[in-house]
Design a protein around this ligand. Structure first.
Ligand code: ADP
Length: 503
């Protein structure tokens, strides 16, 4: 391994494909990124062209290598991380997709899920897959392609087709159709995988009419998936994980109770819960964490639909700021939000509330409220939402939590991080490398080939850029949280039309 200089992470996201070459210290040596087309055939439908996913991903990997003159023999391994749940079905003989990729955001299969719920399968699905039935996951998207694309059902029955999440699709292409595989983390987002027995669940497959021959073989996230010759020399593919799980790994969240929180367009929180899966009563999802072994660890996952998107709203619709980072200056211009709470439930509220009809709410306005207060209340709402997820996780896992590791665009906002630390009463660490998703994929691959010896070596790479510690008094924290709860209740009340009628 001494002669190998880099590990490549292929980071196939929802809007762009990226490739990053990391060195042994986990530092970025080269990177390249390309956006690709978002296809919206009808309202609520979202697709990608699988060939474009493949060509942009391959293109950026080649270019990132070229930039620093890296040759295939310099690369120890490839690790893949990807947008999760997005569904591709292709012909095993030609490699040609039978339809566009149906993207995780696509809502076209809501009716399939409604039927599943009225068929009384929700409990079974949650018990086996750890997921709350939703159109978001791959299962109903596969069923839709089988039912709606002419000839596909018959071809699938004859065993001529293959299904994959984006990791499988890339592995298939990288290996010239020799390998049809995925990893535990991606499998655990299909809503077809038994996360306890670690196999595809026959009853769920039957329900959706999905033949087993469509499905990839499932392996640990850090394992040998195959070898690619596409770069003009053999490179092993030794890591694959869904983006959120890869980020938890990149943040070194290896032990029970370790949590990472991503402040991107949406907010994502994952807590490692160790060897025993915890089934949530509060609408958190149970999922498999990325790792090296056949014996998996689990994680609890919660998300807020709107996080950084609320800052974009301040910028693009409210036109109160010109750039997202500017929000910090306004927040720091006032000592508090002036009693204002903004609940950015633009598209309903997720865990732990699950009120899909809730809408954004602003409460507590007085004559003295200024733009500074308004912006501050919006930024604070990111922290309150994350705190709700954190509280639910702490309660359900019964794990004590000392530190929150953060990443994503809005984690750059020091005011937001300090406020999060204050209201959650936790210590926050922001790492030097915030490309934690790509880094996690690189670590998974590099561990398998011995580029990194073990998790301890990886831990020693993790460097803290900034720490935040709680500074506010308990009483004040309680008062702030009470206000938030009341604001959320108002947002939910607004959604309940029938009750409003009786006012
Ligand atoms: P994604 O991967 O979901 O596209 P990113 O991790 O790139 O998102 O984060 C982008 C989001 O972070 C945007 O919504 C942006 O408004 C927000 N953001 C970026 N910098 C800041 C900042 N300094 N303060 C607050 N929000 C920010």
């Amino acid at each position: 391994m001494e002669s190998k200089k880099y590990v490549i992470a292929m980071d196939q996201g929802t809007t762009s494909s990226r490739a990053i070459l990391f060195n042994k210290r986990g530092e970025i040596q080269s990177s390249q990124q390309r956006e690709f087309r978002q296809i919206f055939p009808k309202p609520g439908w979202v697709e990608h062209d699988p060939m474009e996913i493949w060509s942009t991903q391959m293109g950026v990997a080649m270019e990132a290598m070229q930039k620093i003159d890296a040759r295939p023999e310099d690369i120890a391994a490839i690790g893949i991380t990807n947008q999760r749940e997005t569904t591709v079905i292709w012909d095993a003989a030609t490699g040609r997709p039978v339809y566009n990729a149906i993207v995780w955001q696509c809502r076209r299969t809501s009716d399939i899920i409604d039927r599943l719920k009225s068929d009384g399968l929700s409990g079974y699905i949650q018990e086996k897959t750890g997921l709350i039935p939703d159109a978001y996951f791959s299962a109903s998207k596969i069923a839709w392609i089988l039912r709606n694309v002419p000839g596909v059902k018959e071809r699938a029955r004859r065993g001529e087709l293959r299904f994959g999440t984006v990791d499988s699709w890339l592995i298939w292409n990288l290996t010239d159709g020799r390998v049809h595989a995925t990893d535990y983390t991606n499998a655990s987002r299909t809503m077809l995988f038994d996360i306890h027995k670690l196999c595809w669940d026959e009853e769920i497959l039957d329900y959706f009419g999905i033949p087993a021959s469509l499905l990839p073989e499932v392996r640990p996230s850090s394992s040998y998936f195959g070898e690619t010759e596409r770069f003009g020399g053999a490179i092993p593919i030794c890591g694959a994980a869904g983006d959120q799980q890869a980020a938890l790994f990149g943040q070194c969240g290896f032990n029970p109770g370790e949590v990472k929180c991503t402040y991107g367009t949406g907010g994502f929180m994952l807590m490692n819960t160790g060897r025993d899966p915890i089934h949530s009563q509060k609408g958190l999802l149970t999922t498999i964490a990325a790792g090296e072994e056949d014996r998996v660890s689990y994680a609890l996952e919660g998300s807020a639909f709107i996080a950084g998107a609320a800052i974009q709203w301040l910028r693009d619709e409210m036109r109160m700021i010109r750039t997202s980072p500017q929000s910090q200056t306004y927040c720091e211009a006032v000592p508090d939000s002036g009693g204002v709470y903004i609940v950015p439930a633009f598209s309903g509220m997720g865990a732990p509330y699950w009120e899909q009809y809730a809408r954004g709410t602003i409460v507590g306005l007085t004559r003295g409220v200024s733009k500074d207060h308004f912006i501050r209340a919006t930024v604070e709402s990111l922290a309150y939402q994350m705190n709700d997820l954190l509280s639910a996780m702490k309660e359900e896992s019964r794990l004590s939590l000392s530190t929150l590791r953060v990443d994503g665009g809005a984690s750059a906002n020091n005011f937001l991080m300090q406020f999060q630390s204050d209201i959650s009463g936790v210590h926050i660490e922001r790492p030097r490398c915030i490309e934690t998703t790509a880094l996690g994929a690189a670590y998974l691959a590099g561990l398998r080939v011995g580029y990194w010896k073990d998790r301890n070596e990886i831990r020693s790479n993790w460097a803290c850029e900034h720490e935040f510690v709680p500074t506010i008094a308990q009483d004040y924290r309680r008062k702030l949280l009470k206000g938030w709860k009341k604001a959320v209740k108002t947002a939910i009340f607004w959604a309940q039309e029938e009750e409003n009628d009786t006012i």
